[in-house]
Design a protein around this ligand. Structure first.
Ligand code: HH2
Length: 269
């Protein structure tokens, strides 16, 4: 899944693809590089980000979804049911909600009515306060429990169990050690039996690994570290990786495949 951020403020590529033309061109390039799916988003969720008004989010994503959905399957990265509905009307075929339906009480009903796949990410609160919610006794057990509760709530609201893709939410209400624990024990998330999506791309903990505070890698220099995580997760049954650098990801997946023991993705295909 290639990331198409139509935002002025995303943490790694904010502003780079902010016009519909630039975003569409970027999406085309990602498909040419081997992306199977494009994730179009109009709201940055980096720690501390302010939310755009709904009209602005619609203005950002709709022309890009429309232009790219003829080219590849498109997912819309949004926490708002109104934006998800309009994006599905414009050609998107999957909803990626970093709040897993928690931010908007109408989201589950919309996904149920439209019968589309739904990425439910582990989330504890909006970006302005999420890092203050990063308290765990056992991060993996708590993420697994909270994701399971999300699945049950979605199913109760009418969403098909097979439609739910789970994401442990790297960097969302997580400190570096929480992210590493989740990568080490990813099998416990895969064991829930759903398709699993992983989004480690360019995140802060990959900037810091092996470095001091002074030498931490800036976001655009985290693609090699991201690719290393891709090899790892591909070997643990993950269905999809959400990445900025598709070229490095395709190379990493080729390596994982050549290693010869890829676990088939969990859950429905
Ligand atoms: N991470 C980001 C955005 N959307 N969706 C899923 N399912 N999983 C993730 O880990 C995830 C996501 C944050 O990354 P990015 O889009 O690069 O930055 P920003 O939120 O600043 O636009």
């Amino acid at each position: 899944m290639g990331v198409v951020n139509v935002t002025p403020d995303s943490f790694s590529d904010g502003g780079a693809w902010f016009t519909p033309e630039a975003a569409t061109e970027h999406g085309r390039e990602l498909v040419a590089q081997g992306a199977d799916l494009l994730d179009v988003g109009g709201e940055s969720t980096r720690p501390g980000a302010q939310r755009p008004p709904v009209a602005e989010e619609l203005r950002r994503v709709l022309p890009v979804v429309q232009a790219l959905s003829g080219l590849a399957p498109v997912s819309v990265d949004t926490m708002r049911s109104e934006v998800a509905a309009a994006a599905l009307d414009a050609g998107a075929s999957l909803v990626n909600d970093v709040s897993g339906g928690l931010a908007d009480p109408e989201m589950a009903a919309l996904v149920a009515e439209r019968s589309v796949p739904f990425v439910a990410m582990h989330w504890r609160g909006h970006s302005t306060r999420m890092q203050s919610l990063a308290h765990y006794d056992d991060v993996v057990a708590e993420v697994v429990r909270e994701l399971s509760e999300r699945v049950e709530a979605l199913v109760t609201a009418g969403v098909s169990r097979d439609a739910v893709v789970l994401d442990p939410g790297f960097g969302f209400a997580k400190h570096a050690e929480h992210n590493w624990q989740l990568l080490r024990r990813l099998d416990e998330v895969v064991a829930l039996g759903h398709r699993v999506l992983v989004g480690t791309s360019r995140k802060t903990f990959l900037g810091a690994v092996g470095r001091t505070r002074e030498t931490t890698r800036p976001p655009l220099e985290r693609d090699v570290a991201t690719a290393a995580t891709t090899v790892h997760v591909a070997r643990h049954g993950v269905w999809c990786v959400r990445v900025h650098d598709v070229v490095a990801t395709v190379d990493a997946l080729d390596v994982a495949e050549a290693l010869g023991d890829l676990t088939p993705p969990g859950g429905a295909s």
